[in-house]
Design a protein around this ligand. Structure first.
Ligand code: SF4
Length: 505
């Protein structure tokens, strides 16, 4: 008989088969579900938030571990009616759960359970079921749960000086909402137990066959070997049309080149499919020319690296607000006239904050030195850069005009690809620079870099700016961060140049 933990029950709610694989085929599950550095950081964030939340209960006692000792210790404290426990562990009828904060309230003659969440909002479908599982388990042990609460981060909180824990957290009484689903969850817990007690691998197709790629769990390939790695699930926005995907899956069509003519696709989807099926590159030169003719020299290619922290580290930041800690900037002074043998000079500027303080002011000052009053600022996905500039202006009102000027001069190079003026089969429906670069400038690659994506860059900055690590390691990470961000802006320049050359030929 297997024991169902709270986290496995929650996974069961998402997908029975996936959690079955986790329990009975950990070889497959672990192989497919390896956590990235970024995902590990999310777990660490949860731990950091929990440690802070506990400070609101100064007399609380922490129970460590989940084994027999921890269970015995929990029981001893329960018998003594100890008022506040962190992570007491309960096991009954093959269910197991730890409670974030368990309070015995003499006045109400029962228990209050509080779940600590490192999120800005309550996610009802997950958090309420998480709590209902705990309530059922505690009641199976005859503990009288009277109140149910969720403590989560307060997105309205802005740090000013020392952390104000009472304002950093919002404590919401969710007793009524959770009580409404307690019976339903009790039944579901029994069903989960029955399902997960069988060591016979569940048969039948995955319901995810009817969902787009980003909804698939990491074991999708194992469970659906008939589906190619690049399949109908990768068609842009296919998840928005349940009917379309159902039609294809029910007809056993998974390969993009098997999609029948009469399936109604949007223009964007049709272009993606046709570029793959006929191995053709679609280029709308006139539309590209219209996009690029408004760019004003000098051209600046700009990219920020940022780090979101659940708990605001510096003044004027709110939970999960991004800290901009680095930028790379390439500047092309004048048009390249290859036909006349003139190659304009490409200059590079960069900024990386390596101190344990808010980088905002130093970043804004340096950027102001590097970016002149004239010229288009080219970015990839302007929503993000514009938002960063807006937030910088809010933190540093004296830079408001400068940041507004930058935002008014921004051009999003990604538009060429999201508007489908250029479509290549190897973009596979994506407009990410990581997909576009290998096609348009295959001589450039992120593969040889130690840092290859933004999540790792953010974690790496955390290490050098906040942790005391040996100088050698710090120097290495600094070098890696500079190389990564530099490639981001050089990649934009190289893509712009390739696109621009198409117009000259
Ligand atoms: S692919 Fe979907 S249905 Fe299949 S195991 Fe994963 S989550 Fe479950």
């Amino acid at each position: 008989m297997t024991t169902i933990s709270k986290s496995n029950y929650l996974l069961y709610r998402e997908c029975k088969k996936n959690v079955w694989l986790k329990i009975y085929r950990p070889d497959i599950y672990k192989e497919q579900s390896k956590l990235s550095e970024f995902e590990e950081a999310i777990i660490e964030t949860g731990n950091e938030v929990e440690l802070l939340a506990r400070k609101l209960f100064p007399t609380g006692i922490l129970i460590e571990g989940i084994g027999e000792k921890a269970q015995e210790l929990t029981q001893q404290y329960i018998d003594k009616k100890e008022s506040i426990l962190f992570q007491p562990i309960f096991v009954k009828s093959d269910f197991l759960a730890a409670v974030d904060v368990l309070e015995y309230d003499k006045q109400i003659g029962g228990y209050i359970i509080s779940e600590i969440k490192a999120t800005n909002q309550i996610k009802e479908k997950k958090h309420f079921y998480d709590l209902a599982f705990q309530v059922n388990l505690l009641r199976k042990l005859d503990l009288d749960v009277k109140k149910i609460k969720i403590m989560h981060l307060n997105s309205e909180y802005t740090r000013s000086g020392e952390l104000d824990l009472k304002n950093l957290f919002l404590i919401e009484d969710v007793t009524e909402s959770v009580e409404k689903i307690v019976d339903e969850v009790n039944e579901e817990m029994d069903m989960a137990l029955e399902y997960l007690s069988s060591d016979i691998e569940p048969e039948g197709p995955c319901s995810c066959l009817y969902k787009s790629r980003n909804n698939h769990c990491p074991t999708f390939c194992y469970s659906n070997p008939c589906v190619p790695k690049y399949s109908i699930h990768d068609i842009a926005r296919i998840g928005n049309s349940k009917k379309k995907i159902q039609q294809l899956v029910d007809a056993n069509i998974f390969c993009i080149d098997e999609i029948p003519e009469d399936i109604k696709l949007t223009d964007i989807q049709r272009n993606q499919v046709e570029s793959f099926v006929f191995d053709k590159i679609m280029v709308e030169k006139e539309s590209i020319a219209r996009e690029l003719e408004n760019l004003i020299f000098p051209l600046y290619f700009l990219d920020y690296e940022t780090c979101p922290t659940a708990v605001p580290r510096f003044d004027s930041y709110s939970p999960y607000q991004q800290i901009p800690f680095q930028y790379s900037l390439h500047k092309l002074v004048a048009p390249i006239r290859q036909d006349q043998g003139v190659l304009a000079k490409l200059e590079h500027f960069e900024f990386l904050h390596t101190k344990p303080s808010d980088p905002s002011r130093a970043l804004a000052e340096t950027l102001q030195e590097h970016i002149g009053n004239v010229g288009t600022i080219i970015v990839w996905n302007k929503k993000f850069e514009c938002k960063m500039n807006k937030e910088l202006a809010e933190r540093l009102p004296e830079f408001k005009l400068f940041m507004e000027s930058i935002n008014s001069r921004i051009y999003d190079l990604m538009d060429i690809f999201s508007k489908q003026h250029y479509v290549h089969k190897d973009f596979k429906g994506s407009t990410s620079i990581k997909r576009v670069l290998p096609v348009l400038a295959p001589e450039l690659s992120y593969k040889d870099l130690c840092i290859q994506e933004g999540g790792t860059a953010s974690q790496s900055w955390d290490k050098i700016a906040l942790n005391s690590i040996p100088k050698e390691e710090k120097d290495k990470i600094t070098k890696d961060l500079l190389a990564y961000c530099k490639l981001d802006t050089y990649a934009m320049y190289a893509i712009w140049r390739k696109i621009n050359n198409l117009l000259i030929k």
